[in-house]
Design a protein around this ligand. Sequence first.
Ligand SMILES: Nc1ncnc2c1ncn2[C@@H]1O[C@H](COP(=O)(O)OP(=O)(O)OP(=O)(O)O)[C@@H](O)[C@H]1O
Length: 236
Amino acid sequence: MAALTPLLKARGLKRHFGGVKAVDGVGLDLGPTGVHALIGPNGAGKSTLVGLLSGRITADAGIIEFAGRDITRLPAHARVRLGIAYTFQVTSIYPRLSVEDNVTLAVRHPSGDVTTAARAALARVGLDIHARQIAGDLSYGHQRLLELAMGLALTPRLLILDEPTQGLAAGEIAGFSALVRDVARDASVLLIEHNMDVVMDLADRITVLDFGRVLASGTPDAIRKDRAVQAAYLGA
Ligand SMILES: Nc1ncnc2c1ncn2[C@@H]1O[C@H](COP(=O)(O)OP(=O)(O)OP(=O)(O)O)[C@@H](O)[C@H]1O
């Protein structure tokens, strides 16, 4: 994998908010497949970093390349078109619309058969039987699956999941993890996650942020053994 060109490559990314160095010189390589987890204490800069990668937040400095192309200044919608999908930390569905309409709306540029893509995405997360239901009536766990379907309908090359298991029951987490593992077979998944069991179970690689900087990056095993990570984050 190290010899392959990464799908996404970020170097020297910076974003400060007043005196707060939310992201302060971060480099990141994401492979074309697999799960890369982004972890770190509250306020470490995880959400800001994914905001920079998805284009919702503009960088003060640094460079982001996606599939060999400089996307640093591209707006978010153009990045979606290139294959970067993003699901939010809080549910972002349209509660009054049907499940299927939510997914159809998520596919912004209507080239190709949107309905087929929407149905395939719903089937993949197991919500096809709820397609006609009003999204706001779904259970919380199903709403999170709907969000995943909205991301998958874009057939992303990179899927960014911001705390996807937050608020899910243990049984739901197992199902969700299986799905993420399946998605990561042919796409890159960047997972922001506080649940360390989920991280250690799913991640091929982990990057640890602390105070807006990369504290460590490596395999789950290397991260678990890393002294600086233990001291700053894992509390071991
Ligand atoms: N729009 C903003 N304006 C001012 N400060 C901000 C803004 N966004 C983030 N910050 C600050 O930047 C730092 C990093 O925040 P960020 O949300 O990226 O961290 P995080 O690792 O995602 O935290 P959490 O795990 O709690 O979601 C924090 O100190 C936060 O208060």
